[in-house]
Design a protein around this ligand. Structure first.
Ligand code: 4F9
Length: 265
């Protein structure tokens, strides 16, 4: 559909488009994943835009040096401030007047989660994702350029690139129109803060293992109850911490009490 590719719905109304400007020393790390599957389709549909900027293009010397040893002496290298300041300025110069949100991917950031992904999917500002590599980036970049520091979890990667991809992917699938109608239901899997229930497809029996009877019953009320119960059960067993913030009904709490009794928890 040509209209969609131009970022407009058939009715001629402008569609929301989420735009990422990724600053990295290794754009090749992101290029492959961005050209496959849903991320590729989202860009083709005009719902997502991702531009890759090579930080090395904004170095100042003939050796294109992006890092240097730390003041105070310690192991590792630090990304120099000049190329990062200049790269961010180049992004902003390429879209004068546009509002931006600059996010640094780092283990020192606040934890990324589904709520963050949902908010990001509705972001109207251009999102600048800053990927560090090596051990650290000069603190002055954080002070003067970065709005938010974002972490995937308590571990260290070789750089922020894979984290940036995770953030782009999690937000992109929540943009209306990116997933087909059939797939959109899956959006809710984490939406209420519970783990997903089990899924089955044909055959109804495989190597002696049967699909739960209720799923073949056609009784949608019973199926809904079974799925909810399975979600609660999986969450209780594998991630009980999630139950403290999950969106629970009185019926859910009754089911949980019963599950706890049965599981002797
Ligand atoms: C970024 C780790 C986000 C976890 C960036 C090294 C990182 C990271 N979450 N590790 N550079």
């Amino acid at each position: 559909m040509i209209a969609a590719a131009e970022g407009h719905s058939q009715a001629g109304l402008a569609m929301a488009k989420l735009t990422f400007e990724v600053l990295t020393l290794f754009p090749g790390i992101l290029a492959g994943p961005l050209s496959e599957s849903m991320l590729k389709r989202a860009q083709e549909k005009g719902l997502l835009a991702v531009r890759l900027w090579n930080i090395r293009d904004y170095t100042g010397d003939k050796h294109r040096t992006a890092d240097d040893s730390p003041y105070g002496g310690e192991a590792g290298m630090v990304l120099k401030p000049e190329p990062l300041f200049r790269a961010v300025e180049a992004v902003k110069a390429a879209c004068p007047g546009d509002e931006t949100l600059t996010i640094l991917l780092s283990p020192q950031g606040r934890l990324f989660d589904q709520h963050y992904a949902e908010r990001l999917s509705r972001e109207t500002r251009r999102v600048i994702l800053l990927c560090g590599h090596y051990e650290a980036i000069d603190e002055r970049v954080k002070d003067a350029v970065v709005d938010e520091e974002l972490s995937l979890g308590d571990y260290v990667l070789t750089g922020g690139e894979l984290a940036a991809l995770v953030v782009i992917d999690a937000a992109a699938r929540l943009i209306p129109g990116v997933l087909g109608d059939e797939e959109s239901a899956y959006r809710d899997s984490f939406g209420d803060g519970l783990l997903d229930h089990p899924h089955y497809t044909r055959p109804a029996e495989y190597r002696g293992m049967k699909v739960p009877e209720v799923l073949l019953s056609g009784n949608h009320d019973a199926i809904g109850k079974w799925r909810r119960r399975q979600s609660l059960r999986a969450t209780l067993i594998k991630r009980p911490d999630l139950l403290e913030t999950a969106d629970l009904t009185d019926e859910d709490r009754k089911v949980l009490q019963e599950l706890k009794k049965n599981l002797k928890l």
